[in-house]
Design a binder for this molecule. Sequence first.
Ligand SMILES: Cc1cc2nc3c(=O)[nH]c(=O)nc-3n(C[C@H](O)[C@H](O)[C@H](O)COP(=O)(O)O)c2cc1C
Length: 364
Amino acid sequence: MSSLAKAKAFCDQFALRCPVLMAPMAGASPVALAAAVTDGGGMAACGVLGMSPSVIAEWSSSFRAQSGPTAPLQLNTWIPDPPALRDPQKERKMRDFLQRFGPEVPEAAGDAKVVDFEAQVAAMIEAKPTVISSIMGLYPQEVVRKMKEQKIKWFAVATTVSEAIEAEAAGADAIVAQGMEAGGHRGAFRPETANDLIGLFALLPQIVDAVKVPVIATGGIADARQAAAAFVLGASAVQIGTGLLRCPEAGISRVWADALGQSRPEDTAATRAFSGRLGRSMKTAYVLACQQEEAPEPAPYPVQRGLTTPMRTQAAKTEKLDGMMAWAGQSAGLASEKSARQLVADVWIGAMQMLDPTSPLSKH
Ligand SMILES: Cc1cc2nc3c(=O)[nH]c(=O)nc-3n(C[C@H](O)[C@H](O)[C@H](O)COP(=O)(O)O)c2cc1C
């Protein structure tokens, strides 16, 4: 099947005009952005990690009110880690270190709870989205069964070929191949390969060869050239995160948006500094300090996330990039300020024109 025919088949399966997906982004998935992506013909998304069941229900009904009851939607949460092993001495060193970048960190900050996974899963199924996606692991079989009973598809994020094969065997309906260029948290779920930062050019075609289900490319895709390359490498769709963050509908803080727009690929780094899990961020003063040899080791997830909350909250209030969790993929500098509706359509039309200018599909 040609690249375009494959992408068209994905569009038909999910009732899309463009095979372009908004990436689920916890804390950066406003309804306005999701609705604009839908208007452009792509699939909307919401990262529900920090949301309670009632907030998930409210978000979903507000999206449906704007985009219609059947608009394609992906909801997403993290598969939880086993409980973290705590080390009070290391945590104290980290608390002292964090005070250089923000307010005093109370001892109890590391005890911060994450929202109950089972309750989040139940709320996502109740919202009946088109797709529920996983990151950092695979849904238990019982959850997969419940999703499928409701005709909800499961997209699984994979950062290696083995994770992709494992996800397909567990029943995933599509694989999201996440290259190391990606902004935000990496979805790796095998500790032995978690640090093997594999780029999308190597990862994507080898996942495509290894599985039968459609593969969605994500990580460093922000414009039509990159989308065209992903389709040539076998992707059925592309998923954009950082590339949507400068759109007006994303509503992120001005300093973060400006930093993205001015960045080069070498201005981002994969770091455990914010949450204890590896994620790609702007190289802020805090991130750079954490890379120094004398810096304390981050606590495991979610303890580190709790410890950095006072710094992140203050930085967000005062609009100071240095303490912000300013997630950024390596293509942040290509992120456009146009509306998300326009961006989604331009990425797809531009990619089609590059792949086959004579195809009637290029006329959209
Ligand atoms: C601000 C931000 C938050 C993110 N939150 C999540 C999340 O909650 N769940 C998830 O699966 N991926 C999350 N990601 C990763 C994206 O889904 C996607 O893999 C990534 O943005 C793709 O790379 P790109 O940013 O270069 O487009 C996040 C990314 C960003 C930039």
